[in-house]
Write a protein that binds this ligand. Sequence first.
Ligand code: M6R
Length: 602
Amino acid sequence: MCGIVGVIGVPNAPEVLLAGLAKLEYRGYDSAGLYVNDQAGHDFLVKRVGRISALEAAVDASVQGTMGIGHTRWATNGRPTLANAHPHVSADERFYLVHNGVITNAAALQAQYLQGVTLASDTDTEVVVQLIAVFAQTGLSAKAAFRRALQLIEGSYAFCLVDRLDPSTLFVAKNQSPLLIGVGTGFNVVASDALAMLDQTDQFIALADHELVTLTATTVRIEALDGTPVVRAPQTVRLTDGDAELGAYPFYMLKELNEQPTVLRRLLARYTADGQVQLPAAVLQALQAADRLYLVAAGTSYHAGLVGKPLFEQLAGVPTEVHLASEFAYHQQLMAAKPLLIFLTQSGETADLRQVLLKAKAEGWPTLTLTNVASSTLAREADAALSLAAGPEIAVASTKAYTAQVALLAILAQGLGVAQAQPAAAAFNVAHQLSLAASGQAQLIDQAPRLHEAAQHLFTGATRAFYIGRGTDWLVSLEAALKLKEISYIQAEGFAAGELKHGTIALIEADTPVIAFITDPATAAHTRSNAAEVAARGAQVLRIASAALAEPGDQLRLPDLDACLMPLLTVIPAQLLAYFASLDRGYDVDRPRNLAKSVTVE
Ligand code: M6R
């Protein structure tokens, strides 16, 4: 989603802003822009629709500045056009504003305060910058005008504001959307994600909701909206657990897909010792205190949660529910007496989850976040957080975060089961199983060329596809379908194999691709029958079976693994099939249309 960068006190602001925006590209965007000021009477506003490379090309040597703001926009209010791209400027050309979030009362504010102002865009952001200018015209200082606007605004925002009359200052504020201040020596920066500015500094201050920051080259003043000063020291943010560089890979998705065995081994090193699960005491206590677990997530993370439910129920004997965050936030559940909400999120910034977290805090429910970004909002605001240790995931299509989430859920389930003296946990060796999974994943990744051929065979010219399976195979089918549709735009569905005959089989026609996962001994024969039923109706069927259940004619064999962790293997061919389908269609695998990596609006 939208990304914000800001800088003050450097000789080369355009360069710093462009480099920061490039680091935020992974979040997803459709236009980009920057405003810079040289603090000597010259300023520049440059915006482009499309990629940052177009913006870079437009920022020629004449564009100079020592401070400025930059933005990548993911369209919410208004189409992706030049007029709607940020920064937005007030009609009197005094204020320049970038924004991430959605202002829900923009229309009401416009009607009440901007009667005489003609808006140049369709955005809620422009309403805010015009509002600030109108308030400043009444004699308020820039900061007081900004504060007045913030007091009236409803919705989510991260803002970075420049007053052209005083370019020695940047104004910053946030509510619900992420924003960090980076502290340098003789300069300061602002970013939606520390990754964007790690080249400049590793000292970051996370902002809380409803805080207003006044930033100069050498000072950071944080205050609450009522003016109460806030003192908060910066924290060191380091990229650990891998890097964010593409290296020799053509796409981040392929790089991250290849990193999955390493991620499993890293999790084992971090959360087990001598084959035993080692968890922070507070996390184990929180798990033990709960009489029901609620896994809350979205997208791929939700699919990982679905795999986690049977792990907790079988290994730890604790009833577990899995919820889509966007549903859970607004529809009251019948809650257990002692719930523990576990948030699964790669980015740690997903707005749907944050809304549930706010609800949990209001209700007094304990919370635990499993995330890949230790400095993220959901990590900071939950009672406890554990790292997925997957390293930066840049491709929009999530791969290694899924693996890390499933593995960490297994580790937590066994840790809890052992602590509760559950026989099933005592009989299970999660460390051994995860190390088998790591080598199994590596073997499957080596089969990429075969899966490329299979993808060509199945998906060339296809407009829809089905993934089928039972038990955990069905759960992986859901993830496989999401992966295929988000990057290849082939309409795909994951199906409980037994349900096809209850309606959906009507869609099967000549050459419809159907991928059948067969790794569950209890239902393998039934799934095979379902695969045969669609083949009899003309479908092109790819059968992927575990070695123990494989039969002649199955196109791919998966190494054997305990059934409850089989998704760690089954997901690899699913990811590769999706990757090659997208690649062969000539799409930008890492940046599929309409999607964002960090989904910071509800
Ligand atoms: O950062 P999160 O794990 O909270 O993100 C949740 C979803 O937005 C994410 O998994 C999304 O579905 C991915 N594009 C899937 O590949």
